[in-house]
Design a protein around this ligand. Structure first.
Ligand SMILES: Cc1cc2nc3c(=O)[nH]c(=O)nc-3n(C[C@H](O)[C@H](O)[C@H](O)COP(=O)(O)OP(=O)(O)OC[C@H]3O[C@@H](n4cnc5c(N)ncnc54)[C@H](O)[C@@H]3O)c2cc1C
Length: 391
């Protein structure tokens, strides 16, 4: 095995984006991916905003399965608010999209090794000097100066490096999603359903794919599951709202709706994306958030290589830059998430009722969140700022 400047563990949106920017900055980069190719299996609802996405990649129809311009929010009592003021969104084909992101990284000089499991870090004098890997059945070592942990929600890389990665049960959403066909659905509309019987501490989503197909899922706060599973809730939801649906694909996964980890760097290492808990704590969306972190970490990695500085003192600029871009908004959204998901059904019903009185073209998710916060004007102001800045 060769020596690299930067080894990135995980070829999700965060890892591939970091690889692209580190390679663009002149670093010798290797991505390690456990699966046989990036993007498969898909464990995602695949919804993103156009605004977030277009900062990173030219939109290409080959990885878009639906264009969205309406969101419908359903309250526990069956009422709904229609929101047309959220900007444009897409439902991706992540099987293709993730692969495209990795190709962008390799086109810019990064290398990738698939079917390769990172199984540990190599330390010399307490310093990370490489990654131990298992490629098919063969165990070997790759030397590098810097490791980027982009290994997703089940990340082990941070723990290997001694970073605190503990996640509270209340900050984990347990999710289950089916990709179904044979349903009647408008291809430009996403739907969200709230209610403590339907999805306690979370919500159910219906994201249209092409034709009569959709990703339908539930995310339930892990501490509110009781003796039921996310699958129990999803089956009940499908039976009630889409009884003729044919299930083609089933996935389950955890969504960390937490504050970002206290520290996302150490000597010779940075963590990005789900591994650093950088998702939007309200929506559980982490694709764009992972790419933003990937870009910052990739640029910092290239700088570290140029300056030959790999200690925490230098890498701290990664966390500082991320905080400047998203830190405050993330903290506010985390607080907002706690309010939203602890609201009782009556309060939710009232909220949707109020939103029904706002003209559709003026009503967006922003309005809903600001109404939740109206008894806390300081927080509402900060949240509004976050929305205005489009973060
Ligand atoms: C059911 C569900 C629905 C979701 N819906 C949405 C949505 O609609 N919109 C949205 O924005 N986000 C959504 N998310 C969240 C989104 O999927 C993640 O936030 C996003 O994929 C995070 O990107 P990442 O690059 O950090 O990690 P991942 O995309 O998880 O990539 C991590 C990669 O690391 C690899 N890996 C892990 N360990 C190792 C190892 N030891 N060695 C080598 N490779 C390793 C994995 O195989 C994987 O390819 C959803 C999540 C779930 C579970």
């Amino acid at each position: 095995m060769d020596n690299y400047d930067v080894v990135i563990i995980g070829a999700g949106p965060a890892g591939s984006t970091a690889a692209k920017y580190a390679a663009l900055g002149g670093a010798k980069v290797l991505i390690l991916e456990r699966d046989r190719e990036p993007g498969i299996p898909v464990r995602c609802g695949e919804g993103v905003s156009e605004k977030g996405l277009s900062e990173f990649i030219q939109i290409n129809k080959k990885w878009i399965s639906a264009e969205i311009d309406v969101a419908e929010i359903h309250s526990p009592n069956g009422e709904k608010a229609i929101l047309r003021n959220n900007g444009k969104g897409y439902i991706l084909e992540r099987r293709i999209f993730d692969n495209e992101l990795t190709k962008l990284a390799t086109k810019n000089g990064a290398n990738i090794l698939t079917k390769t499991d990172a199984i540990g870090l190599i330390f010399e004098d307490n310093k990370i000097v490489g990654v131990k890997i298992k490629h098919f059945d063969k165990v070997s070592e790759i030397k590098c100066k810097l490791v980027i942990g982009a290994d997703g929600v089940e990340s082990r890389v941070g723990r290997w490096a001694g970073l605190k990665t503990h996640l509270l049960l209340s900050d984990l959403h347990t999710s289950m999603q089916y990709t179904v066909t044979n349903i009647d659905i408008e291809s430009n509309k996403v739907q969200f359903y709230f209610g403590n019987n339907l999805a306690p501490g979370g919500y159910a989503w219906v994201f249209p794919k092409s034709g009569d197909s959709a990703n339908i899922g539930v995310g339930i706060a892990a501490d509110k599951l009781g003796n039921k599973s996310a699958k129990d809730y999803l089956d009940k939801f499908i039976k009630r709202y889409f009884p003729n649906a044919k299930i083609h694909c089933q996935i389950c996964g955890g969504i960390p709706t937490a504050n970002r980890l206290e520290r996302i760097f150490a000597d010779n290492i940075m963590l990005i994306g789900d591994a650093a808990r950088q998702l939007n704590p309200i929506t559980g969306g982490g694709i764009i958030q992972g790419m933003i972190a990937g870009k910052i970490a990739g640029e910092v990695a290239a700088l570290a290589v140029k300056k030959k500085k790999y200690t925490a003192d230098f890498l701290e600029i990664y966390q500082k830059r991320w905080d400047r871009k998203l830190g405050n908004t993330h903290k506010i959204f985390y607080k907002l998430k706690k309010r939203l998901f602890n609201m009782n059904d009556a309060r939710f019903n009232r909220l949707i009722e109020e939103c029904q009185n706002i003209p559709e073209n003026k009503s967006g998710l922003r309005i809903i969140f600001l109404r939740i916060l109206r008894k806390n004007p300081t927080m509402a102001l900060k949240a509004a700022k976050g929305f205005v800045l489009g973060k």
